[in-house]
Design a protein around this ligand. Structure first.
Ligand code: NAD
Length: 458
């Protein structure tokens, strides 16, 4: 049995707050540091700034056990810490490269504090950062430490949790990846996860960083692939749902991230695809597939608007109800949300957009919307079109008859495959979705005919 350790977690956003609370739950004593004073105060008051199932419970339990607290002081948090986890943000720069400004700043602050003491902590980079970031960290540390013996050890422990499932994923990962120059150091970091059942992949630093990018880039590739196939299916009158479902029955393909929709978003996939592409460029390799994955994803937003306009006619003066603004359900995160971009495109063509999202707290300001509504039906009032842009389960359960009488127009654009075409059409509404041609169009009629045939033969 390895001993519980003292940990510092730098950056208490989605990743840092979850990492801190989950390690406290594994028995370690954890102090989280953030530069955002308001965030630190709210975390210490057990008020979480974002939605994450299971996290509130961990915070409440470990504020009592004394294993979890937050501070803005590096001196306080690093005092006696054997491991320092870097969980700061790494957005994209204008070129697409991972922006290491926050990593640099945090490492400089660690170096300043640690160089004054005797301890030699392990700095564990958990932020998704470009392959070779350890060289940047090492260069910064070298300025403060005269000898290699005193310099903190560097490790990488990429994080694979999904927003909305982050606590569950921390305790049930598919694998725990740790990179370090020496396998003993990687093992020490892996030992912190004692009690979590999962294969350990201990490797070098660059390989660990690459595993994270490859995982996200592959998921993004699946999404863009099926979205492009969906567009082809639309033109050919082929049922993309049956195609995707049947193809995914092959376990080599699998059904996750393989459903046509409005495209991927969030704080990870978009920037990680672009950053990996940029890494290729930096060593003289043009990664054409990644460039296309990104292009398809961006053009998917336009495709949604084109499809709506093809049914409604010019959008000038139309009222559109946008159901969902977050990049996915179970999260309040608007970063790189396809819904936000689509709403912008609709408004740019003169549509008036009324938005509803179940995660919206009352005080949330949404400058990108014309109106923010309290319910899905309220948003749909007198709308010409309802566009489902986030996969919140409540949209599946909507009363379609009531929706029909609430709306002025009849188009339901199902960007997330939430509704049954037949049920929508039976309610007197028009159905259209990604890869799912509009009711009344030649391709839509072909699809309905094919369905009738398929049903008749059962
Ligand atoms: P975030 O923006 O939610 O949080 C980052 C936090 O770091 C902020 O609270 C910020 O104030 C703080 N910070 C910045 N500089 C600091 C400094 N010098 N000292 C102390 N605090 C500082 O970011 P996030 O979503 O938690 O992502 C963090 C990293 O994890 C990123 O590299 C991201 O790509 C990666 N990642 C995120 C997810 C996810 O689900 N969000 C999943 C996997 C990986």
């Amino acid at each position: 049995m390895s001993e519980p350790q003292k940990l510092a977690v730098i950056g208490c956003g989605h990743v840092g707050a979850v990492t801190a609370a989950c390690f406290a739950d594994l028995g370690h004593t954890v102090v989280g540091i953030d530069v955002d004073e308001e965030r630190v105060a709210s975390l210490n008051d057990l008020v979480l700034p974002f939605m994450e199932p299971g996290l509130q419970d961990l915070f409440e339990r470990h504020s009592v056990t004394g294993k979890l607290r937050f501070t803005t002081s590096y001196e306080d948090a690093l005092d006696g810490a054997a491991f320092v986890f870097l969980c700061v943000n790494t957005p994209a720069t204008i070129t697409g490269a991972g922006d290491l400004r926050y990593v640099r700043k945090a490492v400089s602050q660690i170096a300043e504090v640690v160089s004054r003491g005797k301890a030699r902590p392990v700095i564990v980079n958990r932020s998704t950062s470009p392959i070779g970031t350890e060289d940047t960290i090492d260069t910064i540390l070298s300025r403060s430490f005269a000898t290699a013996e005193k310099k903190p050890i560097i490790a990488a422990n990429p994080e694979f949790t999904r927003e909305g499932y982050a606590v569950y994923d921390f305790f049930h990962p598919e694998r725990i990846v740790v990179g370090a120059d020496r396998v003993e150091d990687a093992q020490c970091v892996a030992d912190l996860y004692e009690g979590v059942v999962a294969p350990r992949v201990l490797t070098d630093l660059r390989t660990a960083e690459m595993i994270k990018y490859v995982s996200n880039a592959f998921l993004a590739t699946k999404v863009s692939f099926i979205n492009e196939i969906a567009r082809l299916c639309e033109r050919l009158g082929v049922d993309v749902d049956v195609v995707a479902h049947a193809a995914a029955m092959d376990p080599r393909i699998g059904n996750q991230y393989f459903s046509p929709g409005v495209g991927y978003g969030g704080s990870c996939l978009p920037k990680d695809v672009v950053a990996l592409h940029h890494t290729g460029e930096s060593v003289g390799l043009t990664m054409r597939l990644l460039a296309s994955v990104h292009d398809v994803n961006i053009s998917q937003r336009k495709h949604v608007v084109n499809s709506i306009r093809a049914v409604t006619g010019p959008l000038e003066g139309m009222t559109v109800a946008a159901w969902g603004v977050t990049f996915k359900s179970g999260s309040e995160d608007l970063r790189e949300s396809p819904a936000v971009d689509i709403i912008g495109l609709l408004r740019n063509e003169g549509a008036h957009v009324r938005v509803y999202d179940p995660s919206l707290r009352e005080d949330r300001d949404l400058p990108f919307a014309d109106e923010v509504c309290r319910t899905a039906l309220d948003a749909a009032r007198d709308a010409d079109c309802v566009a489902i842009l986030t996969d919140w389960p409540e949209f599946e359960a909507i009363d379609l008859a009531e929706l029909r009488t609430t709306m002025k127009g009849r188009l339901i654009y199902d960007g997330r495959d939430m509704l049954e075409r037949a049920a929508v059409e039976d309610a007197g509404l028009l159905y259209c979705g990604v890869g799912r041609p509009a009711t009344g169009s030649r391709e839509g009629n072909a699809r309905n005919g094919a369905r009738a045939g398929a049903n008749g033969s059962q």
